[in-house]
Design a protein around this ligand. Structure first.
Ligand code: BG6
Length: 479
């Protein structure tokens, strides 16, 4: 069982979920700053408000206060032996509104300091440009990525980052989980495309989504071209949320449904990697009467700005049953059924380590590019004991089983895998629910859903476990 010697072991976070400091250093308001806290127990969803409203609870405003704790946090990662650290750059620290002509120096300086801190310990920063935190101003005044104008705003932001960090960051990703928009949940469209829910009223969700995704894909391709011109050694990838969709049974219609649903959720990878749309999508646009603005110039740009590697997140899998009222097998969550072979987390996420190996093979069969697993983790309620310890053996079990499946895919199927960054080494705010109590970390952050706590950091049991995993290049999993 051998991973490459320079395997990138590490962890991943996103700026808006960890940093806090929402108004520091000239930062503008992001879409994450106008999302209230939800709750898994009462099933209260996050709400997107029209600006910051007094008295509401916005968990991302302070988050884990990494803005002020980053030195301590990076030191913890170094203690575990991290080779890399994936984070994102908050767009609103660099361009607070989006249409300024010059970037904000204080914002750029913050990431200079952060990346220097990583390099001090030999930790390679891996950077996502847009991870659910685009400027609220861009969403409100321009309508987010449903508007072609936003392509230029993104490219300007990306170029400013590439130029500034050309000697400090080698690995980049353009848009986090661009394909989650396939799920017609308003918070996905706002997080991935910057489209506010009230701008969707009276419109066909799917048509808006295809348009927004197209402009993002063009923006991504243009950014990749610009990045490679700035530093030819840059490795710039896409980032796909991968939840494999299995057939519910071996009934041929279920098999076909699963295959078509995979197309429906993962076509974004085709465009990122091959620089062109698959044929079935043109057929679907025609059938649905969607009028998507895709120009000949766009098609050329997509071809020229393909990615260098495929990064993906993996948490769970789904199963689908063919339904008579869905004769074209269009992707829709209503056709999903529970998988009786799998258990689920307290948030209903089905636990499936084998699915990770399946996903790696699925990508490798279709695309001839290296892969990187940039998110995989277990959100759980942790309990701190009186002596300050946290026994998170369930997290060790989840991560251990997934790392084992990952190593089997490398060893048995020869998958070209660059690295693994688990989600998320320090406790942070959940993206889907806004909770602090949905914890992923090796490092506990003393703060609860109500926002109470000292923000003190402490090591959980899994901290020591992951240190050993890295030390042995994964081999300790088999002990
Ligand atoms: C991914 C996102 O969807 O899953 C992260 O890229 C997110 O931002 C992670 O935090 C886990 O989801 P959640 O909702 O548990 O935070």
């Amino acid at each position: 069982m051998s991973l490459r010697k320079d395997f990138l072991w590490g962890g991943a976070v996103a700026a808006h979920q960890i940093e806090g400091g929402w108004q520091e250093g000239g930062k503008g308001i992001s879409i994450a700053d106008v999302m209230t806290a939800g709750d898994n127990v009462t099933k209260k969803p996050r709400v997107i408000t029209d600006g910051v409203i007094e008295g509401e609870n916005y968990p991302n405003h302070e988050a884990s206060d990494f803005y002020h704790h980053y030195k301590e946090d990076i030191a913890h990662l170094a203690e575990m032996g991290f080779k890399c650290f994936r984070t994102s750059i908050a767009w609103t620290r660099i361009f607070p509104k989006c249409d300024e002509t010059e970037p904000n120096e204080a914002g750029l300086q913050f990431y200079d300091d952060l990346f220097d801190e990583c390099h001090k310990y030999g930790i390679e920063p891996i950077v996502t440009l847009s991870h659910f935190e685009m400027p609220f101003y861009m969403a409100k005044e321009y309508g987010g990525f449903a508007n072609r104008a936003c392509i230029d705003f993104f490219v300007k932001f990306a170029t400013a980052c590439f130029e500034r960090y050309k000697d400090k960051v080698k690995y980049w990703m353009t848009f986090n989980e661009i394909n989650n928009q396939a799920d017609p949940i308003p918070h996905h469209l706002v997080q991935e495309g910057g489209i506010l829910p009230w701008d969707l009223e009276g419109k066909d969700y799917e048509e808006v989504m295809y348009q927004s995704a197209h402009y993002e894909l063009v923006a991504s391709a243009l950014a990749i071209k610009a990045g490679h011109a700035i530093n030819p050694d840059f490795k710039i990838g896409c980032m796909i949320a991968m939840c494999p969709i299995y057939p519910a049974t071996c009934k041929p219609e279920d098999i076909l449904a699963a295959s078509r649903f995979m197309q429906g959720k993962y076509w974004y990878t085709d465009v990122h990697v091959k620089g062109k749309y698959p044929n079935w999508l043109a057929k679907k646009f025609a059938r649905k009467g969607y009028n998507i603005d895709i120009t000949e110039e766009d098609k050329k740009i997509l071809k020229e700005g393909v990615v260098d590697y495929i990064a993906f997140s993996y948490y769970m899998s789904y199963a689908v049953e063919a339904k008579e009222d869905n004769p074209y097998y269009d992707y829709r969550e209503a056709d999903f059924v529970p998988n009786g072979y799998l258990k689920a987390s307290d948030w209903g996420w089905q636990i499936d380590p084998v699915g990770l190996r399946y996903a790696m093979n699925w990508f490798a069969d279709r695309f001839d590019l290296p892969l990187m697993i940039v998110e995989n983790g277990f959100g759980a309620y942790d309990k701190m004991e009186d002596d300050g310890s946290v026994d998170d053996s369930y997290r060790i079990e989840y991560l251990g089983n997934h790392i084992k499946a990952m190593m089997e895919a490398v060893e048995c199927e020869g998958i070209d895998l660059m690295g693994y960054t688990m989600w998320a080494p320090i406790d942070i705010v959940s993206a889907s629910t806004g909770e602090m109590d949905k914890r992923y970390g090796f490092v506990y952050v003393d703060k609860n859903n109500a926002g109470e706590g000292t923000l003190a950091r402490s090591r959980k049991k899994s901290f020591y476990w992951y240190k050993k995993v890295i030390e042995t290049n994964g081999m300790s999993i088999f002990e």
